[in-house]
Design a protein around this ligand. Structure first.
Ligand SMILES: *C/C=C(C)/C=C/C=C(C)/C=C/C1=C(C)CCCC1(C)C
Length: 245
């Protein structure tokens, strides 16, 4: 009995005090779970119009929480980047972030074509990133470059393209939220190419100064997924008080 219990406990891998990757996977997992509970439970206190947006915020952090659970485990067992799980997580959650843009701009008449355009660009960005990181590592810089072009196309669309026009038409709390989300994409998402540069071979290898790829990605995910959700939450709060005033 005693040894059975011991074996069960020993199944939980140790995290060394200098294992920053393991630590950030663990804390990231908890943060994503907590954020999901927050978004799901607050959903019904808002106007119908905002519920889908908050639901999607919760889905983004929930999908990430489940992937973090697996990635934390994978890292502990193999001490190797869980590249596959990482990209499956992104390919589900990043398109959902594109959906968020569409949902908040719907009040100004956003069309589905805007949503599909952003989703398409995000998938190009992620598939080429995966090819460079996992399949053709020797040509990582080329794939990273193509991925970066798709990334800038997204930045262009939301900062200067049709999404921007719709946000200006909507005005008020929607415009404010759109602007903040634009900053998240420009600055928050720029964390990822840094992680990519730290984790793939190339002329740029030493630019990031020894930080580990997974630590950078984990920080990026926490900032962007929870941050995005909070911007939407804040929009729902502000839009509700705007109406009441
Ligand atoms: C929740 C996950 C998010 C917001 C992930 C975003 C990922 C990116 C913006 C990744 C971008 C990349 C480049 C721009 C070039 C190098 C390859 C990538 C895929 C890391």
């Amino acid at each position: 009995m005693k040894s059975l219990l011991f074996n069960t406990i020993a199944l939980v891998d140790k995290i060394a005090t200098d294992d920053y990757v393991g630590f950030t996977f663990f804390v990231g997992c908890m943060a994503m779970m907590a954020a999901s509970a927050f978004f799901f439970l607050s959903m019904n206190s808002f106007d119908r119009k905002w519920r889908t947006s908050i639901l999607v915020s919760g889905l983004i952090t929930f999908i990430a929480a489940v992937h973090y659970w697996y990635m934390r485990d994978y890292w502990a067992a193999n001490m190797e980047s869980p590249t596959f799980f990482r990209y499956v997580d992104w390919v589900l959650t990043v398109p959902l972030m594109c959906v968020e843009f569409y949902l908040i701009l719907k009040v100004a008449g956003a069309k589905k074509s805007l949503m599909w355009k952003l989703i398409f660009l995000s998938i190009v960005m992620l598939v080429t990133g995966y090819l460079g990181e996992a399949v053709y590592r020797d040509q990582a810089w080329i794939w990273g470059l193509i991925s970066g072009i798709a990334y800038f196309a997204i930045v262009y669309e939301i900062w200067l393209g049709s999404a921007k026009k719709l946000a200006v038409e909507a005005g008020g709390a929607v415009l404010q939220a759109h602007k903040t989300l634009c900053w998240f994409v420009l600055v928050g998402w720029a964390i990822y190419p840094l992680g990519y540069m730290a984790g793939t071979p190339g002329w740029y290898e030493n630019i990031v100064g020894g930080l580990q790829m997974d630590v950078i990605y984990n920080i990026g995910d926490a900032v962007n997924k929870i941050g995005f959700g909070l911007v939407i939450y804040n929009l729902a709060v502000n839009a509700s008080t705007e109406k009441a005033a």
